[in-house]
Design a binder for this molecule. Structure first.
Ligand SMILES: C[S@@+](CC[C@H](N)C(=O)[O-])C[C@H]1O[C@@H](n2cnc3c(N)ncnc32)[C@H](O)[C@@H]1O
Length: 342
């Protein structure tokens, strides 16, 4: 509650913005403590909540107050806290939960990397090797199992939402086999195979990632007879022939990796095969604040970035693909349909 004029003047807004780390830290703390999961439909006093999530009551109240200032939880007139639409999204059981996205965007390595953004902007290169002595995915999968788990869950969360949209969006007429390159745990592939019972599919991702592939695709799963799961490195080789290749949210790393991946797809595919690249574009998005922030994070960790419509088209054409339709899948994703030339 405030008696002060709430209109943020530029100076107030800028003060708020430079405390972005505090907001991100507060969301992370709430997600890690499971505060949203502990709060039910009825408002609860900080003391009650503190007992459930095993914290001190007073600091928890301060955390909740800071979050409420952003519309994540809401303080009632009698000093209890209630859910808002945003706080519910931090619950693990909410459909479309953002708990793992919140954790992923605030993982410990991000706090090491952000202060080096000026350096990354100066050089145009990532800072990850300098910080951790190895490449990002190597570090993630071999040295930071907790972060790797959060990453896989976060990807699964965002894929779950987009998988339905993509299954709805993609016309698979004439397609009998699909390969999802860097397909994570295989949600997009599983959704497509469920919708199209005559289609076969291959999931290719790093070995440690496909080890946790969607159970529907694995041995004993309902789609296993039509699914193949391949552990590999798409920058080295893509040992899969398919009518349609899907490459979603992969071509965000350095240009050389993008070139190699697209070249490997073309080498694996027969002429006329379809390649659909699906990406968040930095120049056309429902939330420019989220997409531009992610673009900077990609500069820090892999020396990559989100594409513009033009830069994505150019990379695909330079690799030899014939780019056709470019269409919006949903508010965050665009699909670039292309063909492997004869
Ligand atoms: C941003 S995620 C996108 C995952 C999935 N396509 C989706 O949209 O949900 C990037 C994926 O690329 C995979 N990846 C990274 N390097 C790879 C490589 N060299 N070969 C194959 N997959 C790789 C990661 O393991 C991760 O699953």
């Amino acid at each position: 509650m405030t008696t002060v004029d709430p209109t943020p003047a530029p100076a107030v807004r800028l003060r708020e913005l430079v405390f972005g780390a505090a907001f991100a830290g507060a969301v992370r703390a709430a997600a890690r403590l499971g505060v949203a999961d502990a709060l039910g439909d009825a408002p609860a006093a900080p003391k009650e909540l503190a007992a459930s999530v095993k914290t001190e009551a007073q600091p928890l109240k301060r955390l909740l107050r800071a979050l409420s200032a952003h519309g994540i939880f809401e303080e009632t007139a009698d000093g209890r806290f209630a859910h808002t639409e945003m706080s519910r999204l931090l619950r693990e059981d909410t459909p479309g939960s953002l708990r793992y996205i919140a954790l992923w965007c605030t993982e410990p390595w991000t706090w090491e990397a952000w202060p080096r953004l000026d350096e990354a902007v100066r050089t145009g290169k990532h800072v990850f090797h300098d910080l951790y002595g190895k490449e990002f995915f190597d570090y993630l999968n071999n040295d930071a199992p907790e972060s790797a788990h959060v990453f896989d869950r976060a990807m699964t969360t965002s894929s779950r939402q987009s998988a339905r949209d993509i299954a709805e969006f993609l016309d698979l007429e004439g397609v009998s086999s699909i390969a999802d390159i860097g397909g994570g745990q295989g949600l997009v592939l599983a959704s497509l195979l469920e919708k199209h019972p005559e289609v076969h599919g291959t999931l290719l991702d790093l070995p440690s990632v496909v080890a946790n592939a969607d159970s529907r695709l694995r041995e004993g799963g309902p789609l296993a007879a039509r699914a193949q799961v391949v552990g590999g490195d798409c920058r080295r080789n893509i040992p899969v022939e398919a009518d349609l290749y899907i490459i979603k949210n992969i071509l965000e790393w350095d240009d050389e990796s993008t070139r190699r991946t697209l070249r490997n797809v073309i080498a694996a595919a027969r002429p006329g095969a379809r390649v659909v690249v699906i990406e968040n574009l930095v120049d056309d998005s429902l939330s420019m604040k989220f997409t531009t922030a992610m673009d900077l994070l990609l500069l820090l960790n892999v020396g990559g970035g989100k594409h513009t419509m033009q830069s994505m088209t150019e990379r695909m054409e330079q690799s030899g693909l014939q780019v056709g339709d470019i269409r919006q899948v949903n508010g965050f994703l665009h699909a670039f349909d292309s063909t492997v030339p004869a």
